[in-house]
Design a protein around this ligand. Structure first.
Ligand SMILES: *Cc1c(COP(=O)(O)O)cnc(C)c1O
Length: 812
C-alpha cells in the first residue's frame, strides 16, 4: 500500500479524511495516531491471511504459548520497526508537520500483565515471529488491564485502566470462531458397548469465548503470527435461554453481566496467589477455549490423534494455564473416545511447563471442592491422574509413603498446580541457571529425582528489537556504525564491540549518546510530569514491581544514609545522583504500599532540603509500565538489581538496562549471575549475601537483625529515622510497621544484613563514575555482552530442546 514516502504521505492524509473527516493541518496527535495505526493495520492484514495460509497451514508444527498475561505495551512503533518502514514513516510525518514519538505517546499500553512474566510472553512472541517460527499466543482479552497508578500525597492510588476506550487498533474480532466453554453441572457415567465407562457432563452453563486476534509481525515482516485473546460473551442462545428463565428483565441483565465478567479484569497480583474463584474460572476459560481451538485445527489435517504432538506443542507460562493438561485429556477421552493411556501419552508429549518462582507463597493451589463445583469433569480427571501417578510411585518406590505424600497432585483438599504441571508435561524449565539449580536441588528435589529427564534451564531474554533498536535509536546507530548491522539479525555479534574498548572515539560516542538520552528523558520528565532533574547527575534507576524480596526498602534506607552523611558533614564528597523509582504495589499488599509512601516521603524531604540540593534528588515515577520503561532505560547509568539472593528467579529488567549500557549494582541472584559471568567483575558491582548463604540462614531459622542494628551505626541511624522524631516521620507512626518488619520480625529479606556491603558498593560507584573514560568502558562492555540475553537466543533453545519447532523462513 505504501512503498515510498510519497505514497505513504498520500495514504496517511487519505486515512485522516476518510476515517476521521479531517485534513492534515487540523489533525491532532491523537488523530494522527488513529489514522496511522489504522493504516499500518491495513497493511498488516493485507498479508496476514495469505501469510498464514501459505506458511502455517503447511508448517510442520505449531506452538501455542498459553499465558494469563501478555504485557505487550505499545505496538505502533514496534510494528513500523519490524515492517522496516520506521524511518520512511518518520520522515514523511515530519514533512507533514508531525513528530512520530509524539504520535506514539498517544497509544495506550496494552497492559495485560503484571510484570516480568507477562513481559516475557510479549518478548517471546516478538522473537518467535522474527525467527519465522509458527508460535502463537493464547491469552485473555481483559476489559481492564493492569491498573493505572497515581501517587496522591505520597500514597499509591489505583485507577482502572480504560485501555479499550479509544478502541484497540490492532485486534480483529472473529465471532465466527467462537468456542463454547462450560461451567458447573454434574457428570454421568455409563458403561458403553466396549465395556468401558463413558462420562458425560450435564446440567452445565455455557459461556461463549470470542477470539480477538492481534497480528504479531516479525522482523522484516516476513512472518506474521497471532496473539489470540479470548473474551467472554453470552451467546444468542444463552440470552434467549436466560430471558426465558427470568421474568425480571433487570435480573436477567444482571446474570448476563455476571457471565461476561469472567474476562473483565486482570488480577493485579505479582508473586502471590489468592485463590479467588473468578481467577480459577478465568484460567479454565482460557485453557478450554484455546485447547478446543487447537484440536479443531488439528482435525482439519485428518490425522490420527496420536500425531497431535508432532503437529502441536502447548506451552504453559507458569502453572496458571495448567488445566491444559486435564482439558486435553477430557477432549481426547470423552469427545474422541481414546483410551486413558493413549490420551495420556499424547497429552504429556504435547505439553511443556515453565516454572517462574521459588517463592512458596506464589505456588498455586486450589481447593478441590472449588475445582469440582466449577469443572466437575476436569476435577475427576485430575483425581484420576493423581491416582495413577501415586500408584506408579508406589510401584517404583514401594512403601515410600513420604515420597508419595510429598509429590501427590491432590492432597489436604487442595490441587497443587505445580505438581500437576510436572507430572502432565514432558519438560519443566527454570528461567535462569541459579533458579533451575534451586528447583532441582531444593524446591522440586524429589520431582527431579523422580523425573530427571524433564528438568532443564532456559535463561530468560528480552527482544533487542523493542529494547534497543526501537527504545534507543541513537545507541543502535553508533553500534551499527562501529560493527555493521549484522547484530540486528544476530545479536551475539554485539560482542564485536569489545574491539573498541580502548577506542577513544567510540568511548566518547557511548558517553555522548548516554548524555543525550539523559537530557531527552529529563526534558520529557519536565514537560510531561513537571519534575526537574539534572542530566549531569548520575541516573540511578530502580524499576520493577514493588515487593519485599526486590528490596526497594534497601535502596530507600541507603538514600537516607546518604542524606544523613551530607547533613552531618557538609564536605561529604558525593557524586551528584538522581535516584529514580518506578514500581506498582499489588492493591492488597500493605507493606509494599508503605514502602511507596516511604520513598515519596524521603523524596519530599531530600528534594526540599537546600543542604543537599545539588547532590541528591529522589524521583518516584508514577505508573511504571512498558512505555515508561522504554523512556527511562536508555537514560540509566546504574541498574538496581538488589533482590535477596535466591529470590529473583531471573529478572529481565536487568537485561534491558544492561543492553542499554547501564551498569548493574546487584546481588548474586537470578540472571545477575549470568550477567556477571558475561561482563566480568570489573563491569558490575556485586554485594551482599550469596544465594547459598541466604538459603543456609533460612534453613537455620533466620538471623538476628538486632545484631546488625547494634553494631552498625550507619544502619541504626537510618532505621531509627523511621520511628523517632525526624524529618521523615514528623512525629507520626506511619513507618512503624516497616521498622517492626526489620527489627521485630527479624528482617525476612536481609535488608539490614546486606546494607553495609551495599553502602560500600554504592560508594565505589560514586568514585568510579567520576572516571568518565573507564565508566564508558564499563558501559560498552555491558552493551557488548548483552547479546546472550536476546530472547531470540532463548526462543531458539526452547524451539530446539522443548518444542521441536523449526523456522519457516525458508518455506515459501
Ligand atoms: C521488564 C519489565 C518488568 C520486569 O522487571 P524485573 O526487573 O525483571 O522485575 C516489569 N514491568 C515492566 C513494565 C517491564 O517492562
Amino acid at each position: 500500500m505504501f512503498s515510498d514516502k510519497k505514497e505513504f504521505k498520500q495514504a496517511f492524509s487519505r486515512k485522516l479524511r476518510t476515517e476521521l473527516g479531517k485534513e492534515v493541518h487540523v489533525a491532532t496527535d491523537l488523530d494522527a495516531y488513529r489514522s496511522l495505526s489504522s493504516l499500518v493495520q491495513d497493511e498488516i492484514l493485507e498479508s496476514w491471511k495469505e501469510n498464514y495460509e501459505q506458511k502455517h497451514a503447511q508448517a510442520p508444527k505449531q506452538m501455542y504459548y498459553f499465558s494469563m498475561e501478555f504485557l505487550m505495551g505499545r505496538l505502533l512503533g514496534n510494528n513500523l520497526l519490524n515492517m522496516q518502514v520506521l524511518e520512511m514513516v518518520e520522515e514523511g510525518l515530519n514533512e507533514l508537520g508531525f513528530s512520530l514519538s509524539k504520535i506514539e505517546d498517544n497509544e495506550t499500553d496494552a497492559g495485560l500483565g503484571n510484570g516480568g512474566l507477562g513481559r516475557l510472553a510479549a518478548c517471546f512472541l516478538d522473537s518467535l515471529a522474527s525467527l519465522g517460527m509458527a508460535g502463537h499466543g493464547m491469552g485473555l482479552r481483559y476489559r481492564y488491564g493492569m491498573f493505572d497508578q497515581r501517587i496522591v500525597k505520597g500514597h499509591q492510588v489505583e485507577v482502572p485502566d480504560l485501555w479499550l476506550n479509544h478502541g484497540f487498533a490492532w485486534e480483529v474480532r472473529r465471532p465466527e470462531e467462537a468456542i463454547e466453554v462450560t461451567f458447573g453441572g454434574y457428570v454421568n457415567s455409563k458403561k458403553g458397548k466396549d465395556g468401558n465407562l463413558h462420562f458425560s457432563h450435564q446440567g452445565y452453563e455455557t459461556l461463549r469465548a470470542v477470539p480477538y486476534d492481534v497480528p504479531v509481525v516479525g522482523y522484516e515482516g516476513e512472518t506474521i503470527n497471532t496473539l489470540r485473546l479470548w473474551s467472554a460473551e453470552p451467546s444468542e442462545q444463552d440470552i434467549l435461554h436466560l430471558a426465558a428463565k427470568y421474568d425480571d428483565y433487570h435480573n436477567m441483565l444482571h446474570h448476563q453481566r455476571k457471565l461476561e465478567s469472567i474476562s473483565d479484569f486482570l488480577y493485579p497480583d505479582d508473586s502471590t496467589e489468592e485463590g479467588k474463584q473468578l481467577r480459577l474460572k478465568q484460567e479454565y476459560f482460557l485453557v478450554s477455549a484455546g485447547v478446543q481451538h487447537a484440536v479443531r485445527q488439528f482435525e482439519q489435517q485428518d490425522l490420527p490423534y496420536q500425531e497431535l504432538p508432532k503437529k502441536f506443542a502447548f506451552h504453559i507460562n507458569d502453572t496458571h494455564p495448567a488445566l491444559v493438561i486435564p482439558e486435553l485429556m477430557r477432549i481426547l477421552l470423552d469427545e474422541k473416545q481414546l483410551g486413558w493411556k493413549e490420551a495420556w501419552d499424547i497429552t504429556t508429549a504435547a505439553v511443556s511447563y515453565t516454572n517462574h518462582t521459588t517463592l512458596s507463597e506464589a505456588l498455586e493451589t486450589w481447593p478441590v471442592d472449588m475445582v469440582r463445583n466449577l469443572m466437575p469433569r476436569i476435577c475427576m480427571i485430575i483425581e484420576e491422574i493423581n491416582e495413577r501417578f501415586c500408584k506408579s510411585l508406589w510401584k517404583s518406590y514401594p512403601e515410600d509413603f513420604e515420597r508419595i505424600a510429598h509429590l501427590a497432585i491432590v492432597a489436604d483438599g487442595q490441587v497443587k498446580m505445580a505438581h500437576l504441571s510436572v507430572v502432565g508435561s514432558h519438560s519443566v524449565n527454570g528461567v535462569a541457571n541459579l533458579h533451575t539449580e534451586i528447583l532441582k536441588k531444593r524446591e522440586m528435589k524429589v520431582f527431579y529425582e523422580t523425573f530427571p529427564e524433564k528438568f532443564n534451564n532456559k535463561t530468560n531474554g528480552i527482544t533487542h528489537r523493542r529494547w534497543l533498536m526501537h527504545a534507543n535509536k541513537p545507541l543502535s546507530h553508533i553500534i551499527s556504525e562501529a560493527i555493521g548491522s549484522g547484530w540486528k539479525e544476530n545479536p551475539a555479534e554485539l560482542k564485536q564491540l569489545m574491539q573498541f574498548r580502548d577506542d577513544s572515539v567510540m568511548l566518547d560516542s557511548i558517553h555522548r549518546v548516554k548524555q543525550q538520552n539523559k537530557e531527552h528523558f529529563s526534558d520529557w520528565l519536565y514537560k510531561d510530569c513537571g519534575i526537574l532533574v539534572d542530566p549531569e547527575s548520575l541516573f540511578d534507576v530502580h524499576i520493577k514491581r514493588l515487593h519485599g524480596y526486590k528490596r526497594q526498602l534497601l535502596n530507600a534506607l541507603h538514600i537516607l544514609h546518604l542524606y544523613n552523611e551530607i547533613k552531618s558533614n557538609r564536605d561529604f564528597d558525593l557524586t551528584p545522583r538522581t535516584f529514580f523509582f518506578g514500581a506498582k504495589a499489588a492493591p492488597g499488599y500493605y507493606f509494599a504500599k508503605k514502602v511507596i509512601k516511604l520513598i515519596n516521603t524521603i523524596a519530599d524531604v531530600v528534594n526540599h532540603d537546600p543542604d543537599v540540593q545539588d547532590k541528591l534528588k529522589v524521583v518516584f515515577l508514577e505508573n511504571y509500565s512498558v512505555s515508561l520503561a522504554e523512556k527511562i532505560i536508555p537514560a540509566a547509568n546504574i541498574s538496581e538489581q538488589i533482590s535477596t539472593a535466591s529470590k529473583e528467579a531471573s529478572g529481565t529488567g536487568n537485561m534491558k538496562l544492561m543492553m542499554n549500557g547501564a551498569v548493574t549494582v546487584g546481588t548474586m541472584d537470578g540472571a545477575n549471575i549470568e550477567i556477571y559471568e558475561q561482563v566480568g567483575e570489573e563491569n558490575i558491582y556485586t554485594f551482599g549475601l550469596r544465594p547459598e548463604e541466604v538459603l543456609k540462614i533460612y534453613q537455620d531459622g533466620g538471623y538476628l537483625s538486632k545484631d546488625v542494628y547494634e553494631q552498625e551505626e550507619r544502619v541504626r541511624k537510618a532505621v531509627d529515622q523511621l520511628v523517632h522524631y525526624s524529618p521523615i516521620t514528623k512525629g507520626d507512626k506511619e513507618f512503624r510497621d516497616i521498622y517492626d518488619a526489620l527489627l521485630l520480625h527479624n528482617d525476612e529479606y536481609f535488608v539490614l544484613k546486606d546494607m553495609p556491603d551495599y553502602i560500600r558498593a554504592q560508594q565505589k560507584i560514586s568514585e568510579d563514575y567520576q572516571q568518565t573514560r573507564q565508566w564508558s568502558q564499563k558501559s560498552l562492555a555491558n552493551i557488548a555482552q548483552s547479546g546472550l540475553f536476546s530472547s531470540d537466543r532463548t526462543i531458539k533453545e526452547y524451539a530446539d530442546d522443548i518444542w521441536g519447532l523449526a523456522s519457516l523462513k525458508t518455506l515459501t
